[in-house]
Design a protein around this ligand. Structure first.
Ligand SMILES: O=C[C@H](O)[C@H](O)COP(=O)(O)O
Length: 154
């Protein structure tokens, strides 16, 4: 699994901890870090959220972990990229259902909301979940995709 990570200045410390965790996980074949590299880089959260989501849309990454102050800004930004589904998930159940119900490729965290140890535990669990395209949830996700594609065609 190839995982893209990104954060703004508020999220960079947690993002870097998650990057280290992912790099040590045998389920992860590649970690793609699109920045920021330090809190001195004050590019705003949409720049980073969009850059990461575009990696997924381009087929260069399978999943993404994005961090900002709340997780909300990077989630909104990533969701603007066609084909990408992103959500804040600060608890295990939401992280699990974001994959199994919603086929989200992207999980986001708020570094001002969640502690690093809980965030890393959620990431470790989240890597183990897969979406079942034969599940009852598939048609619901397809509805979103169909709306997105119809809108893109207009
Ligand atoms: O969602 C936005 C993030 O939390 C960001 O890190 C902080 O944004 P702000 O500076 O506009 O509050």
């Amino acid at each position: 699994m190839r995982v893209v990570v990104a954060a703004d200045d508020a999220g960079v410390t947690l993002k870097n901890e998650v990057r280290t965790l992912l790099s040590a996980d045998e389920r992860v074949s590649e970690v793609i870090d699109v920045g920021v590299d330090s809190a001195d880089d004050t590019r705003a959260y949409p720049v980073l959220g969009l850059a990461a989501a575009e990696k997924i849309a381009a087929g260069e990454a399978d999943r993404g972990v994005l961090v900002c102050g709340t997780g909300i800004g990077v989630a909104i930004s990533a969701n603007k990229v066609p084909g990408v589904r992103a959500t804040v998930a600060h608890d295990s159940y939401s992280a699990e259902r974001s994959v199994k119900s919603n086929n989200c490729q992207v999980i986001t965290f708020g570094a001002r909301v969640i502690g690093p140890e809980l965030a890393k535990r959620i990431v470790t669990e989240w890597l183990g979940y897969t979406f079942d395209p034969a599940s009852a949830s598939a048609a619901k996700v397809a509805h979103i995709t169909e709306y997105e594609q119809a809108d893109a065609a207009t």
